[in-house]
Design a protein. Sequence first.
Length: 97
Amino acid sequence: MHTTIVYIYVKPENIDEFKLACEKNHRQSVLEPGNLRFDVLQLADDPGQFVLYEAYASADDAAKHKETQHYLLWQETVADWMASPRRGVSYNGLLPD
């Protein structure tokens, strides 16, 4: 299993738009071959902070996600809404196997 945790800080005036864009991306991402999980999380005490938890069966499946139309549209749509560049951290999933 290959996972990526993406840390995102969104400008306050763009939070609602960002959530809608993430919902569209999420709905398509969970249908991708190899997708095991695609969670969108918002920090409870700071609504401008988000985490995307993406789990794919393989690193190749995760790489293919970044070539999809819905991901490219999401990336372009939300770029100017971020207060700082997003940061993705990749992990090898150990458990569950």
